[in-house]
Ligand binder design. Sequence first.
Ligand SMILES: Cc1cc2nc3c(=O)[nH]c(=O)nc-3n(C[C@H](O)[C@H](O)[C@H](O)COP(=O)(O)OP(=O)(O)OC[C@H]3O[C@@H](n4cnc5c(N)ncnc54)[C@H](O)[C@@H]3O)c2cc1C
Length: 467
Amino acid sequence: MPNPTGTEVPDIEGIVLEPDSAGYDAARSVWNAMIDRRPAMIAQCRSSRDVAKALVFARQNDYPVSIRGGGHNVAGHAVCDGGVMIDLRRMRGVSVDADARIARVAGGATWGDVDAASQAHGLATPGGLISDTGVAGLTLSGGMGWLRSRHGLCIDNMIGVEIVTSDGEIRRANEQENADLFWAVRGGGGNFGVITEFEFRLHPLGPEVMFCAPIYALECGAGPIRAWRDFLADKSDRISSIVEFSTVAESEDFPPEFWGKQVYTIAAVYAGDAGEGERIMQPLRELAPLVTDFSGRLPYCELQKLFDELMPAGHYRCYWKSLYLAGLTDEVIDHILEGVTTVPSPNSLSSIWNFGGATAEPAAEATAFGDRSMPWMYSIDSVWEGADNDEANIGWTRDFWQRLQKYSHEGRMYLNFPGGGEEGEKQLEDTYGADNFRRLREIKAKYDPDNRFRFNQNIRPAQVGGQ
Ligand SMILES: Cc1cc2nc3c(=O)[nH]c(=O)nc-3n(C[C@H](O)[C@H](O)[C@H](O)COP(=O)(O)OP(=O)(O)OC[C@H]3O[C@@H](n4cnc5c(N)ncnc54)[C@H](O)[C@@H]3O)c2cc1C
């Protein structure tokens, strides 16, 4: 292919961009506006063969490799300085076998692509909460969305992948073929190769679902949150829910007397008949005087786009961090309610997520993700404008997260909301569990011995005979 600089580039069907190519800057930008990295080369691949060629090129020239799916990784792992960035945005096809209830999803697809193709057949698979998040990055570290209580994490619905490993081999991985690799990619992130195709199990759903979204003023205090917690105790097999803390924007969607005030939304989705969901979730809408109530029945594809506007790509600077909670006692709720009052940015969100149901079913060793007994998660999604505000917002998030550690579920966090990964390998070992982490390092040594894929929650290859 033509090469503006005259240096050797991989001969791919897609496009190769170098720092002086038109389109280079747009291609290296990602969702978090803070990320400003400059790859030596961007390979915009069109096929698995393209990916294989780019990886062979990287190995021959000793470049590290980053992988860009949807570009939503808040730590910006999709882009690297000085390496090869494999950009999968041109690989977004989704095909659905409605009889077999399977979706085949290309490695650069977004959840919006998957939902549209699946819902055309009245089917769905668990995804995330925002339609333009990449399927790949979200899935490979677990994947949590509105269907998790009924159908589990995204990895629990993944039945196979096509993956290109660092040696340029195109392989299939499922329960029968390369089963070690299949185990590792169900939680192990982008450490093991470039996934060029996912196969997901689909479930009948919709088209209409019930979304519950009453909004209460923060000054209502802990009462509605305690009631929400107790309400979910026997319903965690059907209802996926979050309590989301936010600051009201100056918008005609809200009564003016609440503009600029802090609130929380009790957001919940019933994975089943919309009418039944409306009846069952009604008590969540009557827990205190309302600021407003966005509840209603709506098509599943619309639900999946509902929060997109809040999270525009490339606009905000962001730092997100999470921890699993051992329990949601009154003390924990009070601590969170007190903590959010000092949030520096009105654009920031934070959420308590429920688990249980199908999420809790797989054994810790069944997938790389690890133990499923965490009952709750708290994620602090700090979002702000202006580089001058970086220190205040990152510092506040880290400080709040540290103070909550005493309530943590065995020091574990959701690796898709890891902040900058500052805690390093110890955090990974705690999160995966020692046995899973050891196994991940051995599988890494087999498929990526040179740690070519290191822009991620990095799992270093095990060394022969020990560390
Ligand atoms: C607005 C927003 C909403 C979010 N909502 C949710 C949510 O509801 N639920 C949830 O669980 N998470 C959510 N997340 C977190 C999200 O799962 C992670 O940020 C994830 O990394 C995004 O995946 P991506 O493909 O878009 O990211 P990218 O930045 O493109 O990729 C992230 C990393 O994933 C790996 N990767 C990407 N593509 C491939 C591939 N094809 N093969 C191998 N590795 C690959 C690479 O290691 C890469 O560095 C959200 C994030 C944002 C910004």
